[in-house]
Design a binder for this molecule. Structure first.
Ligand code: MG
Length: 239
């Protein structure tokens, strides 16, 4: 075998910061809507999050969904306040919602070293990420780490079926998924009989879900730098 194993590595909030930029957009939008419609920030933010989740479930994780959700939230609060929506406010909301998809991401501590370690240790490295191809591809290219990945697998959302497609004819026993999302990374991996290495982080409601932590393929680590110990046990390698 050419590789000692096949790594499927999540990108957002596993290798590079992501939710921080969504939180920034969410805060800006909730403040704007609260101010112009005279509702409290907390009420607006809560409702905006609900709509955001509903829109993402409906249309997927594309770059349009955040803006659609927060414009809808703005229109709803305008309705409650008896105001006509202002096109300038709509444009300001759309602009802040583009930030998470256009910003240059900061890498998470240890992430670059771990990708390098996987690549150098003989794993086939697949970046396994959900979103728009142009957005995810741009983020990976901009990170300076693209040379540490053998391939990119960018899908609209991560499901067991899409993971099966990305696995192809690889033996599931020789594969692992590492990521922060129960919904997107861990459950599809466990459903496919693949080692699932979970690095819990702050996530949005989309990523939440019930988890069978007794599954023999489930591992939880506190930081990506703990990856070598977990993999050494599974792949019988020296670390
Ligand atoms: Mg992630």
């Amino acid at each position: 075998m050419r590789f000692i194993g096949h790594a499927f590595v999540d990108w957002d909030d596993t290798i590079a910061e992501n939710i921080r930029y969504f939180n920034m957009a969410e805060e800006a939008n909730a403040h704007l809507i609260a101010r112009v419609t005279h509702h409290t920030y907390d009420v607006v933010r809560e409702r905006g999050r609900e709509i955001d989740l509903a829109v993402a479930r409906r249309i997927g994780l594309g770059k349009e969904s955040l803006g659609i959700a927060w414009v809808e939230c703005y229109q709803e609060f305008c309705g409650r306040a008896g105001r006509t929506p202002d096109p300038e406010a709509v444009e300001a909301i759309r602009r802040s919602c583009r930030l998470p998809y256009e910003v240059k991401q900061e890498l998470l501590p240890g992430a670059a070293d771990m990708l390098g370690w996987l690549h150098g240790s003989g794993f086939e490295v697949t970046i396994w990420t959900a979103g728009d191809e142009d957005v995810q591809g741009r983020k990976i290219a901009e990170s300076g780490l693209a040379h540490l990945a053998h391939r990119l697998a960018i899908v609209p959302d991560k499901t067991p079926e899409r993971l099966a497609g990305a696995l192809g004819d690889r033996n599931p026993d020789h594969c692992f998924v590492v990521g922060n999302s129960i919904h997107s990374d861990i459950r599809p991996a466990l459903a496919s009989g693949v080692l699932a290495i979970h690095i819990p982080t702050e996530t949005w409601a989309y990523d939440h879900g019930r988890l069978d932590v007794t599954d023999a393929n489930y591992r939880q680590i506190g930081a990506i730098t703990e990856l070598p110990q977990v993999l050494a046990a599974r792949f019988r390698m020296a670390v």
